[in-house]
Design a binder for this molecule. Sequence first.
Ligand code: NAP
Length: 316
Amino acid sequence: MTETALAPAQMQNRGLRDRGSKENQMAEILDGKALAQKMQQELAQQVSELVAQGNRAPGLAVLMVGDNPASAAYVRNKERACEKVGMASYGTHFPTETTQEELMAAIATLNQDERVDGILVQLPLPPHLDSVALLNAIDPDKDADGLHPVNLGRLVRSEPGLRSCTPAGVMRLLAEHNIPLSGKKAVVIGRSILVGKPVALMLLEENATVAIAHSRTVDLPAVAREADLLVAAIGKAEFVTVDMVKPGAVVVDVGINRVETETGSRLVGDVAYDAVKEVASWITPVPGGIGPMTVTMLLYNTVWSYRQRLGLSHTG
Ligand code: NAP
């Protein structure tokens, strides 16, 4: 495999055991929360050693515009995670009426700032702003979210580069549990640029035979039932029901949906977890699956870019 931000762990873990054929037992949990904690401890250790050697701390700049409460919570979460691993955080919170030109200027400054290794623009942005133009203005080598066209191009070409965090988190979690991918049939439901398309490319890179299903797919349940590995990235609560899952399949649930309950609300994924866990071999919970991995891969990407900028080789 070509070197990528994910390569060492995946190479280490590839093909050691085959869990995909397990039938008639309850699924084992792909615990993203536990792996995220472990990775954050490793990153913290790495950063503290490099800083003790006289290097500056890695830096992440998060740009947020407006006062969307969900975005504010995500940004706080990212900043707290930065602090935990010893990274400097250069977040800026802009008022809703900030212009495109002001944001472009802020990004240009951060691109030049030697202390900053990662830049991300928290989405969604207020409607008067052109998010694509802003994402494209980020230096691709500081693109902590891995969404810049240059980094997506590197992914398509299997070249080293920053990989988008959620798909990279999916891959890292599968690698950690030695889930075999080579030659397996993978079905990804969802084709967004944020999740569906990049995760499909990453699975292809690991030699899975990949199908991407979406809202125009004919007989989606039949397509899904073919999958040894099913990735749901749809945004519809409990869309994937047990009849759509082949017994023994590995099921990765990327969805995060808030549903109302009698006592308030709770988060559920795109998979009907309680029923599907009875037939799957492995399954990610929501919450505690891909969500914590996404934040961790953002830190991982920033440290990756930091090491690159210091001229150091990469570790796990
Ligand atoms: P998105 O941009 O809205 O894309 C959703 C995809 O699902 C689209 O490709 C759409 O198909 C497909 N889809 C929608 N309804 C469908 C249906 N009835 N049948 C088949 N396909 C259908 O969403 P996203 O950004 O990829 O996010 C997907 C989910 O993941 C959301 O719940 C989001 O909150 C969650 N998410 C979680 C994390 C995390 O950290 N865990 C990160 C990012 C996103 P078309 O293209 O045909 O419309």
